[in-house]
Design a binder for this molecule. Structure first.
Ligand code: ATP
Length: 359
């Protein structure tokens, strides 16, 4: 049965609109080849530029459109020059996570080609793990609170049974679809909140006897990810630790331009490249669109329609084929391609895949 999916597109700031343009191009091409899935794509304002223009980073109209949408595709938000009086940047993407209760931050880290990792001796697919980051509490929980008395400022690392257990169940279920191993990352040797987090993890683990587990302190994890990333399948962790380890993970497979993500809740989800607005390269047409395009594949998979799931497979395969030639890359990966050229190459591969599958 034909289905039209309503997608709210929030390009945002900096390189956000540049990479989202390529993701939308890819989506339009996929749509022409899918018989029974269509996409109603509408752009909405959100982010630092929107804040400067209107006084609001996430206007009510944008938020309502996100609530109505089947999925949300987001570029990047925030600019270092646009700050709140206390020095924090504008972060409507975090507001969206909290307002839509997108508790599960899924960040796949996958090496497509040996030339893209700074580590020696790893080939395609030999770095392949997913970080599942708690998205709505942890050390980010008091980010909007005014906890200063002029002398002391404190942030609270909040762990709730409900928040942790639903995250762990989502991570176990993801591990069941992969190599069935789940690693908890915490700091249970020092922080009471983290000891509680670990206790809850071990409780939930009894529900999933088919998944093997281990636990690791976050400082050790930074070392292990560099020394033996192939050990890991799914990693589940607290909000701030997940934020930091996601960038480390991206660095293992080529950098922020290679890291897609999905922020997923019970009913809604936002898909976005794991990178920020990259003001250092914004406006130059050289941002790597692969993370945004792979985030679109995650979105198609999450929509769970047989056609969109097929579209997600095509996108990943097209990215894999494109990256087989080491010279065909944007400057972050040592190449000379522009953002739009990289998008066009991936689209060319999708067209070829479609030709082969339809003959
Ligand atoms: P945020 O905190 O908002 O996530 P950030 O401070 O971690 O952002 P990014 O904007 O992600 O910073 O940029 C980090 C570095 O990675 C910068 O040098 C930037 O140019 C580079 N970078 C990020 N995304 C891309 C991309 N798509 N293509 C090429 N380089 C990128």
């Amino acid at each position: 049965m034909e289905r039209t999916f309503r997608i709210a597109v929030l390009p945002g700031d900096g390189i956000g609109p540049e990479v989202i343009r390529e993701a939308v191009k890819v989506l339009r091409v996929i749509e022409t080849h899918l018989q029974d899935a269509k996409f109603d794509l509408t752009e909405y304002p959100c982010g630092a530029a929107c804040f400067l223009a209107t006084g609001e980073a996430l206007p009510a109209e944008t938020f309502e459109a996100c609530q109505r949408a089947d999925a949300i595709l987001l570029g990047a938000m925030g600019m270092p020059s646009v700050r709140l009086p206390d020095g924090r940047e504008i972060t409507p993407q975090l507001d969206l996570r909290e307002k839509l209760d997108l508790f599960c931050g899924v960040r796949p880290i996958y090496l497509y080609h040996a030339c893209d990792t700074p580590l020696k001796g790893y080939g395609p697919g030999e770095i392949d793990f997913v970080i599942v980051r708690e998205n709505t509490e942890g050390l980010f929980s008091t980010r909007t609170a005014n906890n200063s008395n002029g002398e002391v400022v404190s942030d609270t690392l909040r762990i709730t049974r409900k928040g942790a257990c639903r995250l762990f169940r989502a991570a176990f279920e993801l591990a069941q679809t992969r190599r069935r191993h789940l690693t908890l990352v915490d700091k249970a040797n020092v922080l009471p909140s983290m000891a509680f987090f670990r206790r809850l993890f071990l409780e939930v683990a009894h529900e999933y006897p088919d998944v093997t587990i281990d636990c690791c302190y976050v400082d050790a994890m930074a070392l292990y990810l560099l020394k033996s990333p192939q050990r890991f399948d799914v990693i589940v962790t607290e909000n701030m630790f997940g934020d930091i380890l996601s960038d480390l993970g991206a660095g293992l497979v080529g950098g922020m331009g290679m890291a897609p993500s999905g922020d997923i809740g019970e009913r809604a989800a936002v898909f976005q490249p794991a990178h920020g607005s990259a003001p250092d390269i914004a406006g130059r047409g050289i941002a790597n669109p692969v993370a945004a395009i792979l985030s679109t594949a995650m979105m198609l998979e999450w929509l769970k329609h047989p056609s969109t799931v097929r579209g997600a497979k095509w996108i990943r395969e097209a990215v894999r084929r494109t990256l087989q030639q080491p010279e065909l890359r944007t400057p972050d990966l040592g190449g000379r391609l522009r953002t739009s050229e990289m998008g066009d190459l991936i689209i060319k591969e999708i067209e070829q895949l479609w030709c082969v599958s339809s003959t």
